[in-house]
Design a protein around this ligand. Structure first.
Ligand SMILES: [Cu+2]
Length: 65
């Protein structure tokens, strides 16, 4: 299960925004965002391009480390 580090999340609203952005990516399921750790994990039902994951998170307004 991929884990990514995300910068810029400060509250539950950020968690929801990142969760929604990730869940919308084809092949991504079971998104879990940890606000305190600044991480997100997900399962893959099909191969997911990490570049697309980075792109949607950045579009949502956060930075991927
Ligand atoms: Cu927030």
């Amino acid at each position: 299960m991929p884990t990514i580090r995300i910068r810029g999340m400060t509250c539950q609203h950020c968690v929801m925004a990142v969760t929604k952005a990730l869940a919308a990516v084809e092949g991504v399921t079971d998104v879990r965002v940890d606000l305190e750790a600044g991480t997100a994990t997900y399962e893959e039902s099909a191969p997911v391009d990490p570049a697309i994951v980075r792109e949607v998170i950045e579009k949502a307004g956060y930075d991927v480390e």
